[in-house]
Design a protein around this ligand. Structure first.
Ligand code: FES
Ligand SMILES: [Fe+2]
Length: 383
């Protein structure tokens, strides 16, 4: 993020804190509660957002060397991502072309030379090509060139790996135009580049919440003082947050209490992440939270209308990681997980109460405008 941009955020937040003003939308907004539990709506979201959009399914740190691979079933599609001997990252449906068994059953691994199906031993190379049919001379005629693993579109940027989990047809390009998709947030992600970063941990959680309700919990700071009073709220100013819609995504800075001391220093030395957490809502299912020394990556996947899987990943620059004992990073993660446990306990009551008939709509206050933006983008995508 450009320094001038950082100073702009800081000045806006300082002005808001001093005037006790919020970054308001013109008015309140609503979204219907049945969008969080209707089966029909859920099926459309899965078919569109979780089949045709780029999803974060892995990190560069997990796939550095040729032969490194990761499998991922979180979207409901069986995905295999592997780095080839040519250094190229590829993704496939992890489904054997003989009789549909799962080919690679491990969550991740290294030094792979070929994938061998556990059912009848068909084998595929790292480019997905079918290279071996056991008892091939007797199996019968088969065009091997048309029975490779089905490829998926994939892109790797700034330490993250996106895949669109729908099989490509023959001749379709596996190239995913992630730069256009990221649009106006791309320069920011490049400036907070995580390409060389480690994955400290990935913690899966399964809240009793619709997958969008999980994302909602990240999009306003209004609830901090009440819900997180005993965990993370003491670090932050009360609801001092500046929001910007960036194409279909959003970015916002969340002011820490140390911000109030910042003008003792000249603005040429100001660094936004020293005094704020910078959040990005990456459409459709990822939230990034960049802090002074790490990034939290939160990906929400649908399991049913009322259940989701959220992966909480902590990424750290290895040079920064080495400056602290491992217990420091574990404590950091545990603080995040404690705050999320508070969010998800309330979230489970919300998910249940949606069906009570008490509310036909969720009401978003003026400073909850990022929720309105998000739900509007989803509506637009499903149209
Ligand atoms: S299903 Fe894979 S070899 Fe038969
Ligand atoms: Fe929260």
């Amino acid at each position: 993020m450009q320094h001038a941009d950082q100073v702009g955020y800081i000045e806006r937040m300082l002005e808001m804190a001093r005037a006790n003003r919020r970054d308001d939308a013109p008015g309140i907004a609503h979204t219907p509660v049945d969008t969080y539990f209707s089966r029909e709506r859920y099926d459309r979201e899965v078919a569109t957002l979780f089949r045709r959009y780029p999803l974060v399914v892995a990190f560069s740190a997990q796939l550095r060397q040729p032969g490194d691979f990761v499998t991922n079933n979180d979207s409901g599609q069986p995905i295999l991502v592997v780095r080839g001997r040519d250094g190229v990252l590829r993704a496939f449906l992890n489904v054997c072309r003989h009789r549909s068994a799962t080919v690679e059953t491990q969550p991740c691994g290294a030094g792979k030379r070929a994938f061998v199906c556990p059912y009848h031993g068909w084998s595929y190379d790292l480019t997905g090509k079918l290279i071996g049919i056991t008892d091939g001379a007797w199996f019968g005629d088969l065009d091997r060139s048309r029975h490779g693993l089905r490829p998926l579109a994939i892109a790797e940027r700034c330490g993250m790996v996106w895949v669109v989990p729908t099989a490509l047809e023959e001749g379709q390009s596996t190239e995913l135009d992630i730069d256009s998709f990221l649009g106006a947030v791309k320069p920011d992600l490049e400036s907070w580049d995580m390409t060389g970063w480690d994955v400290h941990s990935v913690t899966p959680i399964r809240p009793h919440m619709n997958w969008k309700l999980v994302i909602d919990t990240f999009l306003e700071l209004y609830h901090f003082r009440y819900l997180h009073g005993a965990s993370v709220a003491p670090l932050f100013l009360d609801n001092i947050t500046t929001y910007e819609r960036r194409d279909r995504h959003a970015r916002f800075a969340v002011a820490k209490k140390t911000l109030l001391e910042i003008d003792k220093e000249p603005s040429s030395t100001w660094r936004l992440l020293d005094h704020a957490v910078m959040l990005y809502n990456l459409f459709p299912h990822t939230v990034l939270a960049y802090t002074a020394d790490h990034c939290g990556v939160f990906t929400s996947f649908p399991i049913s209308p009322d259940e989701s899987l959220i992966n909480v990943s902590i990424l750290v620059d290895p040079a920064v990681r080495a400056m602290r004992p491992e217990s420091y990073w574990d404590t950091n993660r545990d603080l995040i997980l404690a705050a999320l446990a508070e969010d998800f306990a309330v979230g489970a009551t919300i998910q249940t109460n949606f069906r009570s008939g008490a509310n036909k709509v969720q009401t978003f206050g003026k400073f909850e405008k990022a929720l309105d933006w998000y739900h509007s983008e989803i509506e637009e995508a499903l149209r």
